[in-house]
Design a binder for this molecule. Structure first.
Ligand code: MTE
Length: 315
């Protein structure tokens, strides 16, 4: 995410082409397809991150055929402004974050408000592995094997009242550990929001891991949102609060630049960002750009949520 200028991916950030070609050949072979089920054989070497293995069952319902982005890229090319505004600082700086113990406050228009402890969240929800595309508003994309569970399950437990039209999410505010929060590049804490039907959509997950392991801190440990048909900034990291409300939440990005980052932020090649076109994207690891797909390729699952809406107005 940038406030004033665009970035392009440097050649040095692109996965070595030979590795890419090898992986692509492998992925399209039947051995490759079988390996997708376990994923671990496709993982690149790990530079000291990641964590404990996390068991899961594979959910193939939303499978895509795209090649996975390497573990190294997913965990070393991040947007996490609490740890710096460039792509490389989060991998370094986020290691200072204490993620255990961790609690999430449930508040607002629900019958069951309260504090949820991370251990209990993990015990209560069966963890699934799902491969999703992530499209950043900056025109790069990745394919990530997430581990998580549907947000809808946690919402149902909280029993929203009829006034709960929106869900607001909040990231931890702890400048002592999150060095980027010492600068007011955004109005901290980081806030995001969804309409309740978007939050309940089966594609929307709370992620707790990736590539078979506990979520690395730079990717939003211990709990982050993943909304694959929206630009990446909606996928808020290191969540400490989930608040149910009748008012449309104002996200940190909308607050900082309302004409650039709207509430919906659905991936849409037809709706330009004021400073750049959204028609193309560069998949990290690819050399050539590719066309951006409406709703990031998830139109079948989510287009109905926006029937009759002018997507240029509600961007
Ligand atoms: N969540 C918080 N709390 N702070 C952030 O700066 N950046 C967002 C999103 N979630 C961000 C955040 C943006 S712009 C993107 S593209 C994705 O996280 C990047 O997720 P990744 O680093 O796991 O690829």
């Amino acid at each position: 995410m940038l406030l004033k200028k665009t970035t392009d991916i440097l050649a040095s950030e692109i996965t070595d082409k030979a590795i890419y070609e090898e992986r692509r050949k492998f992925m399209t072979s039947s051995a490759g397809l079988a390996a997708v089920a376990s994923l671990l054989p496709l993982r690149d070497s790990i530079a000291g991150y990641g964590g404990k293995p996390l068991s899961s069952t594979k959910n193939t319902q939303f499978d895509i055929a795209d090649t996975l982005t390497s573990y190294d890229k997913i965990t070393n090319y991040n947007n996490f402004y609490e740890f710096g505004t460039d792509k490389y600082s989060p991998a370094k700086n986020a290691q200072a974050l204490t993620t255990d113990p961790w609690s999430v406050e449930i508040s607002g228009e629900v019958e069951k408000p309260g504090m949820l402890h991370m251990e209990d969240i993990l015990k209560q929800h069966a963890i699934e592995e799902r491969i999703y595309r992530l499209r950043c508003v900056e025109r790069w994309s990745m394919v990530i094997p997430w581990l998580g569970f549907p947000l809808a399950k946690l919402i149902k437990q909280a029993r929203p009242t009829s006034k709960a039209k929106y869900v607001q999410f909040e990231t931890l505010y702890r400048p002592g550990e999150m060095n980027g929060q010492k600068r007011r590049v955004l109005d901290w804490p980081y806030i995001e929001g969804l309409r309740i039907d978007e939050a309940m959509n089966p594609l929307t997950i709370l992620a707790v891991g990736l590539y078979g392991e506990v979520l690395p801190k730079q990717n939003g440990a211990p709990l982050r949102l993943v909304v694959p048909w929206k630009y990446g900034f909606k996928s808020i990291k290191s969540i400490v609060k989930i608040h149910f409300t009748d008012k449309e939440p104002v996200s940190s990005w909308t607050k900082s630049a309302p004409n650039e980052y709207g509430f919906y932020s659905n991936v849409n090649p037809e709706v330009d960002h004021p400073r750049w076109s959204q028609r193309k994207e560069r998949r990290i690891g690819d050399f050539l750009k590719r066309d951006t797909l409406l709703f990031n390729g998830y139109a079948e699952q989510v287009a109905h949520l926006y029937t009759g809406m002018d997507l240029k107005k509600y961007f």
